[in-house]
Each structure stands twice: as structure tokens, then as C-alpha cells.
Design a protein around this ligand. Sequence first.
Ligand code: ADP
Length: 297
Amino acid sequence: MSIEVKNITKLYGNQIALKAVNFTIKKGEIVGFLGPNGAGKSTLMKIITGYLKASEGTVLVSDFDIVTQKLEAQKRIGYLPEHNPLYLEMYVKEYLLFNASIYKTPKNEVKEIIAKVGLTSEAHKKINQLSKGYRQRVGLAAALIHKPEVLILDEPTTGLDPNQLVEIRHLIKEEGKEKTILFSTHIMQEVEAICDRVILINKGEIVADKNLLELKKNQEQIIEVEFDFKVEKQFIVGIPHLKSADNSFSTSWILTFDTTEDMRSKVFDFAHENGLKILRLVTINKNLESLFRSLTT
Ligand code: ADP
């Protein structure tokens, strides 16, 4: 149930897309794969799943070599490629039964998977009649159809609306309880919401591989808050643990605290004591964002 990427290099002609990439993902981990466009995420995912050959190096999936033991390895992988290729003229259920037949999954299990990804109400429709969110679910259902141990998801949440985002993230997190998952995304909050670990790639090289708990432990806490009224800095600085306060508008402040204690309730108390209302409050994990920026620009 693990993924071992050993010394993977990929050349497209003269262009190096991946340079000696190494990492191991253990059973049960959910790993976010972050990196700017063109960093090499899709290329590596195609190599891990056996759709593309590396120029150098090996990949083991659940201890099977993706090149020399391809079928055994692929049996254990569920893959949702970028752009989610689907047969649009097929009906949802028909398409999933077709996938099930390829993997010899019993027909009665297809219904279970349809329910699991929340497709029951759409199962009778043609895929081209579905919204983007539901199409993603069909792609996910197809990736899950053979109960794989390892899931490789290439930007599974791109283009979804906020409600669909939450649902798909929840689904990934649930699947992660039993599976090993590597998924790529551009959204840092997504990594924070779902992952145990983040791997950052830039120009074909791994530039960071971090456990998210560790990353959170030594972080500054940043809260962006908007009040219904102008607030002077001299009042703001009275909030405990405040390290700095910057304002974009006089009603909106970016507050940096030097503590890991959750300071949202203190900001709320401040507003209440000063007769202010909070119109918006967001916590920003500076570490992941600044790590991303510093390592990829
Ligand atoms: P990402 O998924 O991080 O956006 P990709 O893996 O798609 O990155 O691309 C990595 C690099 O390899 C890019 O510079 C891209 O242009 C190049 N590339 C990807 N696929 C091909 C291909 N089939 N032929 C030539 N170059 C490619």
C-alpha cells in the first residue's frame, strides 16, 4: 500500500521535466502534491501510474515495479487523470459497469460505489448531461471501482464550485482512512484541510517534503479580519500576543500573532468589547504559503 519513487528523471526530448525525484509515501498517508504549472506534477503522476515511462529510475507501488510488474501494480492503483477523460455519450451507470467489467468487479458493488460518491440521483443520466462536479465524481467512482489500495488524483478539485469542493475533499479524506493517496492541487487550503504531508515540486525537483503538523507547530498565526467600522491601530495593538498589525483598509486588518493558541476568540472579544461587528474573519497559514512562494519563485 505504499508508493516508492526512486531517482525518477524524465526527459521530453532535450527538456528535463523531472530531475532525480525521490520520495516514499507510506500506507495510509494523504499527501498533497503542490507546485506551479509546469513543475512536473502530471508527468510524475503518469509515471507512477504506468502511463508514461521514466527516462531513469524506478517506481514501486505496493512493492510492485510499475514497469516490470505493471499489471500487478496497476491493479492496486486508482487514477483520476487531469481533465478527467470520460466517455460523454455513455450513461453514468453504464460507464461504471463497463469499468467494473474491465477490472472484474462484481456488478452489485457498482451500486455501492455510486452511492459512496453521491451519484445515485444522477446514475441514470448521460455523462454529458452532468455538471463538472458530478463528472468529477464519475471519474472518482471509476478510480475507486476496483477498490485500489493507492489513489493518484491529478487536480481532482479544479473547476469545482465551493459546495462541490467541500464534498470532494470530504470524500478524499474519507478514502484516505483506508488508502494511500497522492493528489495534486494548486490550493494550499486544500492541502491543509486534507493532507498529512505536503510535497512541493518546482522545475522538476522536489524542493520541500514536510509533515503538516510540524509545519503548523512552528508557525505564526495570521488572522485577516474585517470590522463594520474603522478601527485605529492604537486600539488593535491591545489584543494579546499580537506581533504586528497591517491594514489594507481602515476596516480590514491583517493580524500576526506569535502564538499557536487559536486567537480567533480573542479577536471576537476585542470586537465585542469595542462595540464592533466582525464582517469577515479568516485564518491564514503563512508557513505553507510563504514556503510555496519562497521555494517556487
Ligand atoms: P504540471 O503538471 O506540474 O503542470 P507537467 O508535468 O504537465 O507539469 O509538465 C512538466 C513540464 O514538461 C512542462 O514544461 C511541460 O511543458 C513539459 N511537458 C509535459 N508533457 C509534455 C509532452 N508530452 N511533451 C513535451 N513536453 C511536455
